[in-house]
Design a protein around this ligand. Structure first.
Ligand code: AMP
Length: 249
């Protein structure tokens, strides 16, 4: 069984996001970038399945600028066998990425595609679902437990009401939740070994995919600053304030 894992390069989740002065976007210069957090869970799960002898190859793929190679390299350092970088200049949107991944799936013929449930930069939660639709494959989204069976997967997924267990036939798309596992750290020897693992580079235009953005970003602004709260001395005072000042009761 071969597993393809999609990894996106995003601003590190610890970074305090700053809006550009002209409101045209957010500051990305000299900002720490990392793998989208749930994509680390997706790689970890694929590597664990391979270590359990249930998969033969794990291939990491990223769509983005040249620097996204670092993200692929990190996936190689934690156990992926080889990488693919599909080069696109500028921002990527879910529809273009899913069309690119469709082409990669047609070329690589994996049995499973693991992805993150959501990218923390655009918060779209769309790419996995779009890819499943384009390929006409079953999908298991928000996976918090995966069990590999003969020709299917049993997946526990997080839903509003609790946990849902479903079975999907392979080939399938799985989008991974942060609770799926604890991603490992890359050890120094494995980081060194990863430098020798191959990364194939492909231009998105050679795949015949139009990556032109479909969304016009009009303006980005900071959320309004919250006013400081106050302490009230009694329940009576609270009720009076809710009634006369906040006017919510
Ligand atoms: P989104 O639909 O943007 O929230 O992204 C969901 C998931 O799709 C991510 O967690 C990644 O696994 C995958 N994905 C989205 N964009 C990219 C990209 N540019 N390169 C690789 N994977 C991506």
């Amino acid at each position: 069984m071969k597993i393809l894992v999609a990894v996106k390069r995003v601003i590190d989740y610890n970074v305090q996001i700053r809006v550009k002065e002209d409101g045209s976007g957010i500051v990305t210069d000299n900002v720490k970038m990392s793998t989208n957090p749930p994509d680390d869970n997706a790689i970890e799960e694929a590597v664990k399945i391979k270590e359990a002898g249930k998969a033969t190859e794990v291939v990491a793929v990223s769509v983005g600028e040249e620097k996204a190679q670092e993200t692929v390299r990190k996936a190689l350092a934690v156990g992926a066998d080889r990488g693919i970088l599909v080069k696109v200049d500028g921002a990527t949107e879910p529809l273009a990425v899913s069309k690119i991944l469709q082409k990669i799936v047609e070329k690589e013929k994996p049995d499973l595609v693991f992805m993150g449930k959501q990218a923390i930069d655009d918060d779209c939660n769309q790419t996995g679902q779009m890819l499943a639709a384009l390929l006409n494959w079953p999908q298991a989204t928000f996976a918090s437990k995966i069990e590999v069976k003969e020709k299917s997967l049993e997946v526990i997924r997080e839903i509003d009401e609790g946990l849902e267990t479903i079975e999907v036939n392979v080939p399938a798309i799985v989008t991974c939740d942060l609770r799926l596992n604890e991603p490992r750290y890359a050890s120094l020897p494995n980081i060194m070994k990863a430098k020798k693992k191959p990364i194939e580079q492909i231009n998105a235009s050679d795949l015949g995919i139009d990556t032109k953005p479909r969304i016009d970003q009009i303006k980005v602004e900071e959320p309004p600053k919250r006013k400081a709260g106050i302490k009230v001395a009694s329940v009576e005072e609270l009720v009076q304030k809710l009634k006369n000042e906040a006017k919510v009761i």
